[in-house]
Design a protein around this ligand. Sequence first.
Ligand SMILES: C[S@@+](CC[C@H](N)C(=O)[O-])C[C@H]1O[C@@H](n2cnc3c(N)ncnc32)[C@H](O)[C@@H]1O
Length: 283
Amino acid sequence: MVGKQIKTFDLSRFQQMACYNKLTKSAYDENIRVVPAYEMLHKCLVDEMTAYAKKATTRYEFKGIDPKTGRYCEGSRGAASTLGTVELGVGTGHSSDLLLDAIPQMKLTGIEVLDNMVEASKERLIEKHGEKRVSILQGDYFAMLERSALRREWKTLCGSSIVFSVISVHHVADEMKRWLIRDAYNILQNGGIFVLADLMLPSDPKKQKEVMEAAEANLIKNATTPEIRDEWLRHWRELNILGTVENHLKWFVEAGFSNVRHVFSELTTNMIVGVKEPCLGEY
Ligand SMILES: C[S@@+](CC[C@H](N)C(=O)[O-])C[C@H]1O[C@@H](n2cnc3c(N)ncnc32)[C@H](O)[C@@H]1O
């Protein structure tokens, strides 16, 4: 069997993406709105995560048969006082900033590969929320999430309550996406959630064509200059590799997630949430 090939995340191809690494922070923040329903997606992200955070930080009583051990157990758990959270591809920090504002118990580790984005996310998130709540790791998240007891980053990320990613994973082949979903499952603690918001396609080729055309029309309407519009179009046509919603849902279930829900869909913008089922009394 072929193992996970980290080298298949092609950094040099990625660094050609002028939309990410050549725009100033403010031009990037303005032009990322070429992603269909970017604001609505973030509203849904904040709603999902705050609902989860409320549950995870509220004291709860448990009583019954533990499905993992088969033994009866009862008791209560103290509310989690911090929620270790990982963002895969933190960019300029827009998504994490909204979540840090909404969820006081959140402690964030943002992972980012590009120099300018690392700098921008530090500037936005550490300056506003402080070093106690935010740390930024520079590197490739495919490598960092791969199970390895020898890797310092992997050990740091293990036991997280929340892993999430917004418009970041769609530049790699389906097999890499599948690996990533499995690796996200592995670093979560029981009861944790993975939220994947990304560009995806419907399965029907006719609908694929329709949503791609509508998404491009949205891009053309919202890009702030003709140069930026052309660069994003090139990025979408040559560098993006969109998987289907159906396959993503399948990979979540395959990885072991329960209660897998497709909570947002607007043209190519989609969001899926899965829970790493807790044992009774485990969180
Ligand atoms: C489009 S941005 C989105 C950032 C943020 N969630 C937002 O909505 O503003 C995605 C980021 O993921 C980063 N990224 C993509 N693949 C990565 C990888 N394998 N490792 C680390 N960062 C990655 C990109 O450099 C980019 O900054």
